[in-house]
Write a protein that binds this ligand. Sequence first.
Ligand code: NAP
Length: 242
Amino acid sequence: MKYALVTGGSRGIGRAICVKLAQMGYAILINYINNTDEANLTLEQVRQAGQEGQLLRFDVSDNKQTKETLEAWIDSHPDDSVEVLVNNAGIRRDNILALMPEEDWSEVLDITLKGFFHTTRLLLPSMIRQKYGRVINMASVSGLRGMPGQSNYSAAKGGLIAATKALALEVARKRITVNAVAPGFIRTDMLEGLDEATLKKEIPANRLGTPEEVAELVGFLASPAAGYITGEVISINGGLYT
Ligand code: NAP
């Protein structure tokens, strides 16, 4: 069976990606950290799309947890492979740099950058053996241009973009593509506390994006049709250019 692993699949953009990849025929591994109820809702939607799914609870920033969970899955599924990996888990802890606690700097970078490292390192060997794979990293407009109050988040997403480009070169010959998606403002829990009217003034399309719109783009990058696109960062932001 062909699987897709979506980190942070319990809510928001990750949930929409799980459903899209299920519609494309993938069985889905839904990673999350806290919200089992929300993860179960995603699982229900994956099943409604006609596919199998499984919850995998681990903190992507924790090497031990990630390794134990994914190695146990790999060992118990000798005939299956993870063909698509979407590194989507992320958080924001906004603050001006002068007032930013060290843990807010570290947590944001660790979930994004160590998260990418931990999952991708474990799943690449089987993609290399199969000579096929798709790695899609969820970056952000903040990783392309500065956003005040987001030096930690911008550093994390900018680093993720750089890692995307480097890894793409390493594995291109193995028919594995590695791309990043850079959303603008998308209607999810992550925007909680931000004023929608103020955000809309900045967006030429005059609206927030939807998780489903991001999932369509990820679905295309995950498809065989996108096999000649690698090392790219694709923006999806309603015209909110850098
Ligand atoms: P969200 O609704 O807040 O969901 C975040 C997801 O990440 C949840 O599934 C959460 O799991 C999971 N997660 C958080 N920390 C984790 C960890 N340490 N290990 C594993 N899973 C973890 O966020 P979203 O808006 O969908 O964002 C998804 C991605 O898109 C993020 O990388 C974000 O930076 C990026 N993005 C979002 C926007 C936007 O406007 N929304 C714009 C640009 C980029 P639980 O449910 O268990 O907490």
